[in-house]
Design a protein around this ligand. Structure first.
Ligand code: DC
Length: 237
């Protein structure tokens, strides 16, 4: 049995390919992958379908009063090779990826009650280590003692182009300008909110992947993981 398991925290701006590399790492290492953004998206989807949020209103106290009713689970899908998000037993993996959910999610993620609930659940998921988690506050709040912290970044235009292509591929009818605006708006809200704003942890390693391909990025990060595992080994039991 491999007792030398570490925690890998991957933070960064939206659409910087965090989940792509996190999934690759989890598969390669046999670790659990947790997409923490999916949990904020699931709460947002709940808020939308229960009429707590729309373009012109946000009933924050209504949503907070029902947080206990929101049960989020990840269920591994063998065919897809990753875990899908379930909200109260309904698979909402597809529903949470729409531009509409992206438009509201940063507002929901600003609420401290939502954050503390989800952070507790995330910490529980990583209690035995062997986890790769991506998000905005994983290295700074959720796992401050993670052995490897990465901070992913790329230009807003590069990220909007990636996201735009993803949405087109799934058949969504979107305009590039709307996707770019959403990326920039979320950057602003995520970095300026009071509770757990997106900042790079002091001990994180920055990866700018504006000009890096997926394979090149994976190789660089896997090398960092292997170096971290080597460093950890002698000091462990
Ligand atoms: O990673 P993503 O784009 O799916 O995340 C959706 C939103 O959730 C993002 O705009 C900010 C928020 N989020 C957060 O505040 N903290 C996290 N750990 C993960 C996501």
């Amino acid at each position: 049995m491999n007792t030398n398991k570490i925690t890998i925290a991957i933070d960064g701006f939206s659409s910087t390919g965090k989940s792509t590399v996190a999934k690759q790492l989890a598969k390669h290492l046999g670790y659990i992958y947790v997409d923490s953004g999916a949990m904020y998206r699931a709460v947002t989807f709940y808020a939308m379908t229960n009429d707590f949020i729309d373009e012109d209103f946000f009933n924050v106290s209504g949503l907070i009063s029902q947080l206990d009713d929101i049960k989020i689970r990840f269920v591994f899908n063998e065919n897809l090779g990753f875990a899908e998000v379930y909200l109260n037993d309904t698979n909402i993996e597809r529903e949470i990826r729409t531009l509409k959910v992206s438009g509201f999610v940063s507002k929901v993620a600003e609420i401290s009650e939502v954050r503390s609930l989800l952070v507790k659940q995330q910490q529980q998921m990583g209690v035995n280590k062997g986890v790769v988690m991506d998000g905005r506050d994983i290295g700074t709040v959720v796992f401050t003692d993670a052995e490897l912290k990465l901070f992913m970044t790329a230009s807003a235009e590069t990220r909007a182009t990636r996201r735009f292509n993803e949405l087109l591929e799934r058949g969504d009818n979107v305009q590039y300008e709307d996707v770019l605006r959403n990326v920039e708006e979320r950057d602003y809200i995520d970095t300026h909110r009071e509770d757990s704003p997106l900042v790079m942890a002091e001990d994180a390693i920055k990866i700018d992947n504006s000009t890096l391909g997926i394979k090149a990025q994976f190789d660089i990060i896997l090398d960092l993981v292997n170096k971290t595992l080597k460093k950890e080994k002698p000091s462990k039991k």
